[in-house]
Design a protein around this ligand. Sequence first.
Ligand code: NAD
Ligand code: DAU
Length: 334
Amino acid sequence: MKLLVCGGAGFIGSNFVRSRLRAGDDEIVVLDKLTYAGRRENLKEVESDPRFSFIHGAIEDPVAVAGALEGVDAVVNFAAETHVDRSIAEPDAFVRTHALGTFVLLEGARERGARFLQVSTDEVYGSIEEGSFTESSPLDPSSPYSATKAGADLLVSSYHHTYGMQTLICRGSNNYGPYQYPEKLIPLMVLNAFAGYRLPVYGDGRNVRNWLFVEDFASAIGRVLEHGAPGEAYNVGGPDECENIVVVRRILELCGRDESLIDHVTDRPGHDRRYSLSSDKVRALGWSPATRFEEGLERTVSWYRDNPSWWEPIRSGDYLEYYKRQYGLSLPAD
Ligand code: NAD
Ligand code: DAU
């Protein structure tokens, strides 16, 4: 199958591309705008593979999209702005990429009769105190990030209902693992712990996330792409849920640091308390997560320990300015 993978230079997209090329006989074209979160280094392992090619471009650019779609059987769209805190501070790019970008991609795929898989998030359902969301739960997003992702999901579904396009949606819970940009909870805390910097925990730290190892999300997306029913959405939840403060304490242990590094800082505005997904529908397609949180977290900490050449260049320049704006702290830090 020839796949167009949009946003394939990011965290989950690059994991998906590596695993598909390792395991199968796909041909893969990556289209990526290379925002601060997208890096060619993430695709180094596959750069010399003759089945792989890269196009630098945006999903909201119809010319780049038309070129990238040549001969493509299916589109997998990871391209997105993905950090909730950035969506609160500067929502513009979230609207552009998720609304306009998804529309332009859908139009291109429709013209070529390509199957379309939209990578989405549990955040479109909003927060849930008890129990789990199913695919028929109402969408009730809280942040500009999740609201624009929900809008994209609705547009994708409308292309199935209106034009009979073969669309699929995968809604994943919180991913973690190698190559994640260190603005997200786990890599941020790991790198701060290595360096002995403060670990900024929002509010009381009792918010709950449902952790999914990135390779498990990549395999679920592959399974839905091949076996999912057109027009359907599939929830992909991780095997374990955990309060943030418990995650942070475990990271400190794995990094050989003590809890005096924890700082309880001002809470995120509109902070969702708990996410939880029922994944029965994707499990019925034969998928199940292979990695429990304890093992995945150890593997993740080891990967960051072994790969400073990946993250050292990130933790400078614009990143330091972002950090100062977000936390009011300088790195190297107080
Ligand atoms: P990421 O921020 O690591 O990567 C996003 C990628 O998209 C980058 O390579 C970036 O350059 C590219 N991109 C951004 N805007 C673009 C545009 N307009 N045109 C082309 N490329 C563009 O993100 P991630 O964590 O890998 O998330 C990938 C997808 O999975 C997103 O759609 C996200 O909503 C979804 N998701 C993420 C998680 C998570 O926990 N990280 C969980 C569930 C779903
Ligand atoms: O649930 C899936 C979503 O998970 C994805 O769709 C998003 O793209 C991804 O960013 C992630 O969103 P979260 O907001 O849950 O992830 P984040 O890593 O930003 O935060 C996880 C939790 O940790 C959340 O409760 C906020 C808290 N947190 C986060 C940071 C960055 C802190 O306490 N301190 C921090 O510095």
